[in-house]
Write a protein that binds this ligand. Structure first.
Ligand code: GLA
Length: 396
């Protein structure tokens, strides 16, 4: 359930700032990646879940060509920009880039005369839980509803992604936006990023996800992420030039083919492609294990996924490795791995329900001793996806 108190805070803040009530409101959740790392932009497979933390976006149209945005949780953050073609900015107002991008891409130019907007979110920033996608998607739903558009969810996801590419400079795939939009209570989101076919297998009734934010924010996440993407594209091109069948992305290369050719590849491309090809195969196996209720086998794939991130893709960091190793020794832990882009952010643990609390406590204690800072693990089941949020009648 979205945080009702946070919504009320956003509503009061909107009325105070804009001197009127919002006409639309939306909520979009963050996400956790359960299996399938850096496979989305390689046209591969991912299992993910929406979480019960996210972002509210409240808005009302303006007619003076101005967009005014503020944050109910951080009232000092406020920004005003033009409604006509707002450009990305690099100063202290860069937090508005996602919203600028979504507005520029979604609002019909002849009707784009501005808005008052308030955001309020409870996803820890830099935790790898997609606070940026939650912001893009909540804004996209609010703007869609302001203009009464019929834009379908996949198109909204693409608009969020384009905002990220063009306004924030991160060449992300579609995972975060698709998960935020297609999340379903107690179900995983299983996406084929070639066909963009989304299925939602049930999440096991006897398990919990524990999300542990290391608090480590990598300085160069954007450039490291983009560099990994380039390596994957180079590896796909390398295979394309050698394999007898078409290769448009690493999705088209099997592990058997990788084994046959790896020794001849530039070593860095061999490692990067081993990760992506292995991850795709792990997701396919993982879906089967889930169907058969073999959670221990599913969990083992999560550990393998982390090891591959650590050694092949090199997108882990000591704090993530520490938490995964610590989790691996705790009774009731089925699997653990880093979640999302990497280089910091969160670990996701798959745990047996009766032991989830004690596992979270043990991880919190170990992290305090090891990192000297408090860590607040979240115990979750998958949540509902993004949606318009009902405004109280009197505020309309
Ligand atoms: C980030 C990106 C996603 C995806 C993951 C890694 O979350 O935004 O598109 O590539 O990293 O799987």
């Amino acid at each position: 359930m979205p945080n009702e108190a946070l919504f009320q805070q956003a509503l009061s803040f909107f009325i105070q700032r804009a001197g009127r009530t919002p006409t639309v409101a939306a909520f979009a959740p963050g996400r956790v990646e359960v299996l399938g790392n850096h496979t989305d932009y390689n046209e591969g497979f991912v299992l993910s879940a929406a979480i019960d933390r996210g972002t509210f976006f409240l808005a009302a149209p303006r007619t003076d060509g101005r967009c005014r945005l503020s944050d109910a949780v951080h009232p000092d953050l406020q920004s005003e920009f033009p409604a006509a073609n707002p450009s990305p900015i690099k100063n202290q107002e860069s937090w508005t880039n996602y919203v600028r991008g979504v507005w520029a891409l979604l609002a019909p130019p002849e009707r784009a005369t501005g808005f008052d907007g308030v955001i309020a979110g409870d996803i820890p920033l830099g935790a790898g839980l997609s606070s940026s996608a939650a912001l893009e998607i909540s804004a996209a739903i609010a703007f869609r509803d302001i203009f009464g558009l019929k834009t379908d969810p996949l198109e909204l996801a693409r608009i969020g992604q384009a905002a990220e590419h063009r306004y924030a400079g991160v060449k992300c795939g579609l995972l975060d936006q698709v998960t935020s939009l297609f999340g379903q209570l107690d179900h995983l989101v299983e996406t084929d990023f070639r066909s963009l076919n989304v299925r939602r297998p049930p999440f096991p009734a006897n398990a919990r996800l524990i999300v542990c934010n290391t608090g480590v924010k990598h300085q160069l996440v954007e450039s490291a992420y983009n560099e990994r993407r380039t390596h994957c594209e180079e590896a796909a091109a390398w295979f394309r030039a050698r394999l007898p069948h078409p290769v448009s992305a690493l999705r088209d290369v099997s592990m058997a083919e990788w084994e046959q050719w790896a020794a001849q590849m530039p070593p860095i491309l061999a490692k990067r492609s081993a990760h992506v090809i292995g991850e795709n195969e792990r997701v396919v196996k993982g879906v089967q294990f889930l169907r058969e209720g073999r959670l221990d086998r599913f969990g083992r794939l999560m550990f393998e996924s982390h090891a591959s991130s650590r050694y092949n893709f090199q997108n882990s960091c000591p704090a993530l490795d520490f938490l995964v190793e610590r989790a691996q020794r705790l009774p009731g832990v089925l699997g653990a791995r880093l979640s999302g882009g990497g280089f910091g952010g969160s670990v996701v643990v798959l745990a047996e329900t009766p032991r989830a609390e004690s596992i979270a406590t043990a991880l919190r204690r170990s992290a305090e001793m090891e990192f000297g800072r408090t860590l607040d693990p979240l115990i979750l089941r998958p949540s509902e996806g993004a949606r318009p949020f009902p405004l109280p009648l009197r505020s309309k």
